[in-house]
Design a protein around this ligand. Structure first.
Ligand code: ADP
Ligand code: MG
Length: 397
């Protein structure tokens, strides 16, 4: 029996905690919130500040863990790297973790290695950002916090924007940036994809490519995903090639990766790469359903220094997730909820109840629920999910 420490124990980490238990490991789950739902599935629950690297190393050391994993989140990525470094565990180092969470360092690594990445500048302050935008960009740009996730603080900057609006959006990005740095980047038009990857002993294994649907400008919140991709092979090849080059540029090894890529005029550009399982159920649910490969088990294996099994075992489906984003207001009622009982629905959840305030969706935490559908192929799964989105009516007042 191996001892695995899971940093964070929220809803997104539950499948990892449960899978590790199912694989026969002793699981120590740590979260700052004593009510975190995943804690109850672990052998041992630790309530601690998982962003405090010294405290977490102490716990890992006392527990004599064999591996640590930080799935579907980035807040403790460098803590995980720090523990790996000190205890000589399998997985990314603190230095790799820094590059994989700081969007500025990431862009620099991509540029140095020649991995395809949009033009990007790290700004000093709002005046500098405005002059960079005016001097260096003749097309649209995007402002983003150097350190955050879930599309928090991101805003598209169109040519012709007035300076006051630019300042407002810059300050919004600044407020959301954990290290108080803001990037301004070339805006890449076109469809967006993610690539789910396991890196083991220097070999980059692509498991699948996901099509992503986002709200688009101004906030780019993810509305859903489907696997396998329905785009032409040449496009998927370009996406995969960019992802592999990006993982190599960041020098990532012995970890799961989630690469986000956009394609404009046939050219792929990396948005970012996380050295972790992707969120939004992509790695924990969708990938297993569409490829038959148990990506969560593979990520646990590599964290424990064991060769992962990347063979398809289960059936392969077309699979789609869609998120409910009702009109803002106070939720009064939800109609036709019984459609969620259909046999094509793999899983669903509604996160709000009557009387709750539904906010405008500006980041992924503002979404109100999700549904995952499966069918013989992606097109059918997408149709089923979109039908559910239409049928279920959230009345807000
Ligand atoms: N340079 C860019 N061009 C076009 N869209 C972008 C660019 N950077 C980010 N986006 C959009 O914003 C979303 C969030 O940006 P990302 O860098 O992935 O930050 P986060 O860590 O918040 O997910 C992306 O998924 C993409 O839709
Ligand atoms: Mg992202």
């Amino acid at each position: 029996m191996k001892k695995l420490m899971v940093l964070a124990a929220g809803i997104l980490q539950v499948p990892v905690i449960r899978k590790a238990k199912e694989m026969g490991h002793y699981v120590i789950a740590a979260d700052g919130d004593a009510n975190a739902i995943g804690l109850k599935y672990a052998d041992k629950a630790v309530v601690a500040n998982i962003t405090d690297k010294k405290a977490m190393l102490q716990i890992a050391h006392n527990e004599r863990i064999d591996g640590v994993i930080h799935p579907c989140s980035e807040v403790s990525m460098t803590v995980m790297g720090y523990i790996n470094d000190f205890m000589g565990l399998s997985g990314i180092s603190e230095e790799m973790a820094k590059r994989a969470t700081n969007k500025y360092l990431m862009r620099k690594a991509f540029e140095e290695f020649g991995a395809p990445s949009p033009l990007s500048y790290c700004t000093i302050d709002v005046d500098n950002a405005w002059s960079v935008f005016c001097d260096k960009f003749d097309s649209n740009a995007i402002l983003k916090p150097s350190r955050n996730s879930g599309s928090r603080g991101i805003a598209k900057i169109k040519q012709g924007i007035c300076q006051d609006e630019f300042i407002r959006l810059y300050n919004r990005a600044l407020n959301e940036s954990r290290d108080k740095q803001v990037l301004i980047e070339q805006f890449v038009e076109g469809p967006e994809f993610s690539v789910e990857i396991i890196v083991w002993n220097g070999a980059v294994h692509i498991l699948t490519v996901t099509d992503k649907k986002t709200t688009g400008a101004p906030y780019f919140v993810e509305l859903g995903h489907n696997q396998p991709s329905i785009f032409p092979k040449e496009m998927i090849d370009a996406v995969q090639d960019a992802a592999v080059r990006g993982v190599k540029a960041l020098n990532l090894d012995n970890c799961a990766c989630h690469a986000e890529i956009k394609v404009e005029n046939g050219n792929a550009y990396i948005m970012e790469i996380g050295a972790r399982l992707g969120g939004d159920f992509i790695s924990t649910v969708l990938t297993h359903l569409s490829t038959g490969i148990d990506m969560v088990a593979a990520a646990i294996d590599v964290a424990l220094g064991k060769k992962p099994c990347l063979n398809a075992k289960g059936d392969k489906y077309g699979v789609c997730i869609r998120y409910f984003c009702p009109r803002p207001g106070i939720l009064d009622s939800i109609k036709n909820i019984e459609v969620l009982n259909s046999e094509y629905i793999y899983e669903s959840e509604i996160y709000c109840k009557k009387g709750d305030l539904i906010k405008e969706v500006r980041s992924s935490v503002d979404r109100s629920g999700h549904v995952i559908t499966i069918d013989n192929n992606s097109i059918k799964a997408i149709e089923r999910a979109d039908a559910v989105m239409k049928q279920i009516i959230f009345n807000t007042i």
